[in-house]
Design a protein around this ligand. Structure first.
Ligand SMILES: Cc1cc2nc3c(=O)[nH]c(=O)nc-3n(C[C@H](O)[C@H](O)[C@H](O)COP(=O)(O)OP(=O)(O)OC[C@H]3O[C@@H](n4cnc5c(N)ncnc54)[C@H](O)[C@@H]3O)c2cc1C
Length: 470
């Protein structure tokens, strides 16, 4: 068997630097067949790849159809479990899920499940198969079983809405922003997830009959209590969109952004196209990105495309960074020329006479021989300090759920602000379910989608019981 995986086409580095065009261009048909042929076809009851997938996609089964050249059958197999393969195929950290558990990795490189899922998803999209498959799935339901409101149109909300429609529910999604998609739209840049792909995936959910009401902030524009009186159940997929801040001197200086603001300006408000678009963005020659997660990689690669020199500063090392950051993003950032500095913890921002940041002061850290709860090395300060000049800073040290719904509803929340749910994803208020980052804190797209899918199942059971039908 071929031990090495087939590499996908990628945009040359020289073409990426000023372009927001997609970087990974994926497989063609022949390469997909060859890559899928590397799968050892583990039986589904055993397949560790499938068990490790939060959506339980039947990986060996859909790969077998690719090998046979039956792409429609491959798409149907994927759609049994995953409504958004073009998204997960692009953004899933497969190394933690399917590919990280692939049996082939014991003797060679794991099968590129993500790229194959993307290939099948794109084939279905480009050939109108996805709409056909979904129309068939939805037509299996006769009559409307009930009405459900979904709060938030990120991966959790879109997935819940889609699966609820497929179970025969009328669904209305309430989204606070003027554009649906959650982090997929405002956080993840176009060079990783093209807008045309995301728009199609959202349209697909709408074409199923889901209504999306934009500019509706639940807790303000419309209250949760109002939704509860109008619908049989509510699903909350409000995410974790509130940036964690660095409470150190100088944080209010100009040209210091939270990653959320920085990425939203570009991804959602098209600041890179200013003045054609209304929103500007100010970046200098050097942008320091503080943090080492997916958000930090995205911010660094956006800064690069805006013409700045990005330097990612992380308080641990590369090995620890890869435990919680998608491997491909780190590799692509490195090959694009993003600089990385490790074992530095920011302690002060220094400004010029006009109130703009000009440097950041860091304490040099060192590792201890102990691991924290995420398996990362514990670190301590050394008492040594360095200053790094920068005229732009992006703080990317994490996100937490916003507390708006807590204020309105008096529902039970955990100490870290995440929503408390029971084993059925139901909150302390009967009929209100939740999933995604809102219950997990910062997590992954596929886990949010898996929560949405499971919540649809739980809501279906809840509503049918309430109506005496189950
Ligand atoms: C920059 C960045 C890059 C990332 N990269 C990856 C990656 O490569 N791979 C990966 O797997 N994960 C990645 N993640 C994490 C992933 O995006 C999240 O885990 C996922 O989006 C969570 O989905 P969600 O639906 O729970 O929340 P979100 O995507 O945050 O969506 C929540 C939605 O709810 C809306 N909302 C919030 N409050 C209200 C309200 N009161 N009323 C109405 N609407 C409301 C928000 O506007 C938003 O649209 C990344 C995260 C960030 C920030």
């Amino acid at each position: 068997m071929v031990k090495k995986r087939f590499t996908p086409k990628v945009l040359p580095v020289s073409e990426r630097l000023r372009s927001f065009g997609e970087v990974v261009l994926g497989y063609d048909y022949e390469t997909s067949v060859r890559e899928a042929s590397r799968c050892l076809r583990c039986p589904l009851w055993f397949a560790p790849c499938s068990k490790a997938c939060p959506l339980r996609v039947k990986v060996p089964a859909f790969l077998e159809y690719i090998v046979k050249g039956d792409l429609e059958a491959a798409a149907r197999k994927v759609y049994e479990d995953n409504l958004f393969p073009s998204i997960t195929g692009r953004v899933c950290p497969q190394e933690w899920f399917c590919e990280g558990n692939c049996v082939v990795s014991k003797i060679g490189e794991s099968v590129s499940v993500g790229l194959l899922e993307r290939y099948v998803g794109d084939y279905a999209r480009e050939n109108g198969l996805d709409e056909k498959i979904l129309a068939e799935m939805v037509s299996k339901n006769s009559g409307v079983k009930g009405r459900v409101a979904v709060v938030g149109s990120g991966p959790a909300g879109l997935s819940a809405a889609g699966w609820l429609r497929l179970r025969g529910y009328e669904v209305v999604v309430y989204e606070a922003l003027h554009r649906p998609g959650g982090v997929l739209a405002y956080g993840i840049p176009e060079f990783r997830l093209p807008r045309s792909v995301l728009d199609h995936e959202i349209k697909k959910v709408e074409n199923l009959g889901v209504e999306i009401r934009l500019n509706h902030v639940v807790g303000k524009t419309v209250l949760l209590s109002e939704l509860l009186s109008e619908y049989d159940a509510v699903f909350i997929g409000s995410g974790a969109g509130t940036p964690k801040l660095l409470n150190i001197p100088g944080v209010d200086l100009n040209n210091i952004y939270t990653a959320n603001e920085f990425l939203t300006r570009v991804n959602l408000m098209r600041a890179h196209l200013f003045p054609e678009w209304d929103t500007p963005i100010s970046v200098g020659k050097t942008t320091l990105i503080i943090g080492g997660g997916n958000t930090a990689m995205d911010a660094a690669r956006v800064a690069l495309r805006l013409g700045s020199k990005p330097v990612v500063v992380y308080r641990r090392d590369r090995e620890d960074m890869l435990k919680t950051t998608r491997r491909d993003e780190v590799l692509h950032a490195e090959e694009e020329g993003v600089e990385f500095k490790y074992y530095l913890q920011p302690i002060e921002f220094l400004g010029d006479e006009n109130g703009f940041v000009k440097a950041v002061r860091f304490e040099v850290m060192e590792p201890l021989n102990e691991l924290d709860e995420r398996g990362k090395k514990k670190i301590v300060g050394t008492g040594r300090y360095v200053e790094i000049p920068a005229d732009t800073v992006v703080i990317a040290i994490g996100l937490e759920p916003n507390r708006l719904l807590m204020e309105e509803s008096g529902l039970r929340f955990n100490e870290d602000g995440t929503i408390a749910v029971d084993d059925h994803l139901m909150m302390s208020l009967p009929g209100v379910f939740a999933g995604g980052d809102a219950i997990r804190g910062e997590s992954t797209v596929v886990e949010a989608m898996a929560d949405g899918k499971r919540a649809a199942e739980e809501i279906d059971l809840y509503v049918r019981r309430k109506k005496g039908l189950a």
